[in-house]
Design a protein around this ligand. Structure first.
Ligand code: CTP
Length: 422
């Protein structure tokens, strides 16, 4: 291991190789993983075997290379995808073709590689490699976005000369860049895992009622037009999902989003701030926890036209009126033992503004998205937040998939609550 290379000693890495010309780069990638001390097992699709042989990758990885989901001569080995999924600390698909990306995005399991991806419980990194137009195609980009939503990490393809002779984005990221990303992902997942482990005794929401809001609101000014914002609802959905997994009775009040509702969650769909307020205030008395992750419009058109507005004039002035401050209202009526968590999106004086909101709205916690920090905010898959508490603590969480951010928020909130009660 060289002085500057990351330390992957004892780490179990699964490398999935698919049928791209960049499959030859799997060889130096395995070398780099091995140099850093990792144990490597390789899964290849049939397409990958057209570009590089299992013998080459097996020799370099010093382990077996699996290609077939139903190997002919090995009894009982059809469950290998499950044992491998459990064995791995991290699963890297490099190069990932458009075909494999599409399969992963939609849960196909027609090969050893895709079946193992479905079984794996570890973080998964996808490194696309394909021709420029295939990479640019809306279908591929949507599939990559879907992978990010599921919680996979996706490295953008690199720019450069492609096998077709075209120049553009589509090259597999360089092995060194992949190794660096892998080391970072392993560090982050270890810190989340150790936090989860520390708090494992007080993570349950069994017997509690949890109210979560998510998404944007839409404020109509005529029958076809609305004022809204760019919230995707992902953070609120993630909170609802992890609260339900911990046994809470969860109601998710969501503005319009394209997300599917999480399992075991009661979903109430609303459009306007006014509608969200009605539903939330109706649950105010019973909720033990309120997570107000929705991006509620602060202003709505004072009037909604009955018919579509025509472009009769050069200027159109909309008269807007304040919407109810839903969270402030709950804060005013806060019950003893109730925990209120707000969210703040700030561009300047972030900490100061967030703390002011925490106090003004009588909250226990506020989750700050500082929009000047890279990775924070409405982006669909990951988030970087700071957690501020009523007690004056402030904790910066690393950039993580939103589901892990949700887990970390719930851990902190529940640990503090159980300390209070002890
Ligand atoms: N919020 C709410 N009702 C509103 C506006 C915001 O319940 N009408 C909630 C949000 O869901 C969030 C918190 O209040 O949890 C803070 O939202 P934010 O928009 O950042 O703060 P505002 O109080 O609206 O202040 P400003 O827009 O001036 O920054």
């Amino acid at each position: 291991m060289s002085a500057s290379s990351p330390d992957l000693s004892g780490r179990h890495l699964l490398l999935g190789v698919t049928g791209s010309i960049a499959a030859y780069k799997a060889a130096p990638l395995i070398r780099r993983f091995k140099d850093a001390g990792a144990e490597v097992r390789v899964l290849m699709t049939a397409g990958a075997e057209r570009f590089i042989t299992p013998l080459t990758l097996g020799t370099l990885s010093e382990g077996e290379v699996l290609t077939d989901i139903f190997p002919e001569n090995e009894e009982g080995s059809w469950t290998k995808h499950v044992t491998l999924g459990e064995w791995a600390d991290l699963f890297v698909v490099a190069p990932a073709t458009a075909q494999t990306i599409a399969k992963l995005a939609h849960g196909f399991c027609d090969s050893m590689l895709t079946a193992t991806a479905l079984s794996a419980r570890c973080p998964l990194l996808v490194c696309p490699a394909m021709d420029r137009e295939m990479y640019r195609h809306a279908a591929t980009q949507e599939n990559l976005e879907r992978l990010r939503e599921i919680g996979y990490d996706v490295m953008p393809a690199a720019h450069g000369e492609l096998a077709s002779g075209l120049v553009g984005k589509g090259r597999m990221p360089e092995p060194e860049a992949i190794r660096t990303r892998v080391a970072k992902m392993l560090d982050e997942s270890q810190s989340v895992a150790s936090t989860l482990g520390e708090r494992s005794d007080n993570r349950s929401l069994e017997g509690t009622s949890v109210l979560v809001t998510a998404g944007p609101t839409q404020e109509p000014f005529d029958p076809v037009r609305v004022l809204t914002n760019r919230s995707t609802g992902t953070m609120g959905h993630a909170l609802a999902q992890s609260a339900a997994r911990r046994g809470g009775q969860v109601t998710l009040v969501t503005g319009p989003t394209t997300l599917s509702p999480p399992e075991n969650v009661e979903v109430v769909r609303v459009e306007t701030a006014e509608e969200m307020n009605d539903v939330v205030q109706a649950h105010r008395e019973t909720a033990d926890f309120v997570f107000m992750a929705a991006a509620v419009a602060d202003y709505a058109p004072a009037e909604t036209a009955d018919a579509k507005l025509k472009k009769d004039d050069d200027d159109l002035v909309l008269h807007l009126r304040r919407t109810p401050d839903i969270l402030k209202e709950i804060g005013k009526h806060k019950r003893p033992g109730q925990t209120l968590v707000g969210f703040a999106m700030e561009t300047d004086n972030a900490h100061e503004n967030a703390r002011r909101k925490l106090e003004e709205k009588n909250l226990d916690w506020i989750v700050l998205n500082d929009l000047t920090e890279e990775g924070a905010g409405f982006g669909p898959s990951t988030n970087r937040v700071t957690l501020l508490s009523r007690e004056g603590t402030s904790e910066d969480l690393p950039l993580m998939p939103k589901l892990e951010v949700a887990e970390a928020i719930l851990d902190r909130v529940l640990a503090a609550r159980s300390e209070e009660r002890a």
